[in-house]
Design a protein around this ligand. Structure first.
Ligand SMILES: [Zn+2]
Ligand SMILES: [Zn+2]
Length: 245
């Protein structure tokens, strides 16, 4: 699905992977589920590109539903996979997922997520044999030249990627616009977050970034800007806190 010039999405919106194209080739931002591989080929074809144009896979963090087909692409096609240094061991399956439970759950939306995972091979995900790492503030030498903004909390190395010239901000799971566990829509802290307080505080790092397209790991694009998105996340967190009392 085309989102903007040279920016495409794979997946129905529940679990997203993105493609960024420029004259030098294509970068994949998050690799969704393993079964997205065939959709990757189809989406590349729709962009007039092919697997030979893949230059890099950049992971916003080390969770399995973002690793998807990354190891396959690395092993079979030699595509380098990059992740923030604080999530390298998680992406390689060398440390346990730091997520603290799921938070609230509603059966039907959760079932939809589980069905997608079953359908797309999400129950067994090959962790990465090797990753390249980056630090906060780096501008990555891959198509699209994303700038890294570390947004710790969801995981220690959760990072957003900003394409300033295109007004695009990939936020990974810094925030989600749908909770896969409840089906609730709108900017909110993503399920499976390790440290929700830190995740909320870290959103300050995204404040003031100009982005007409905020593209999350889960949910539809947000087009009303970072300030409004952050305000919505904080509202939803405050409401959830009240509910728990
Ligand atoms: Zn995650
Ligand atoms: Zn996720």
């Amino acid at each position: 699905m085309k989102i903007a010039d040279g920016i495409h999405r794979i997946g129905s919106g529940l679990v997203n992977a993105y493609l960024v194209a420029d004259g030098g080739g294509v970068t994949v931002v998050d690799a969704g589920m393993p079964g997205y591989w065939s959709e990757l080929r189809a989406e590349l074809a729709a962009m007039g590109r092919g697997l030979e144009d893949l230059r890099a896979i950049v992971l916003t963090h080390g969770h399995s539903d973002h690793i998807g087909f990354a190891e396959k692409a690395r092993k079979e096609r030699g595509v380098p996979v990059l992740v923030h240094e604080a999530d390298a061991l998680l992406a390689r399956g060398r440390v346990k997922n730091p997520a603290k439970g799921t938070g609230p759950v509603r059966p039907l939306p959760l079932l939809r997520f589980i069905a997608l995972a079953l359908l797309k091979g999400g129950w067994h995900i090959d962790r990465l044999g090797e990753v390249a790492t980056f630090g906060d503030g780096a501008t990555l030498d891959v198509p699209g030249s994303p700038r890294v903004i570390l947004v710790p909390g969801h995981t220690p190395g959760n990072a957003a990627l900003h394409l300033a010239d295109r007004g695009v901000l990939f936020v990974g799971d810094s925030l989600a616009t749908i909770a896969v566990t409840t089906g609730v829509v709108g900017p909110q802290i993503a399920p499976f977050t390790a440290d929700a307080d830190q995740a909320l505080a870290s959103l300050d790092r995204l404040a003031g970034i100009e982005a007409g397209w905020i593209l999350p790991g889960h949910g539809e694009p947000w087009t009303a800007g970072t300030t409004a998105a952050i305000a919505k996340v904080r509202e939803s967190a405050a409401a959830a806190r009240k509910d728990r009392r």
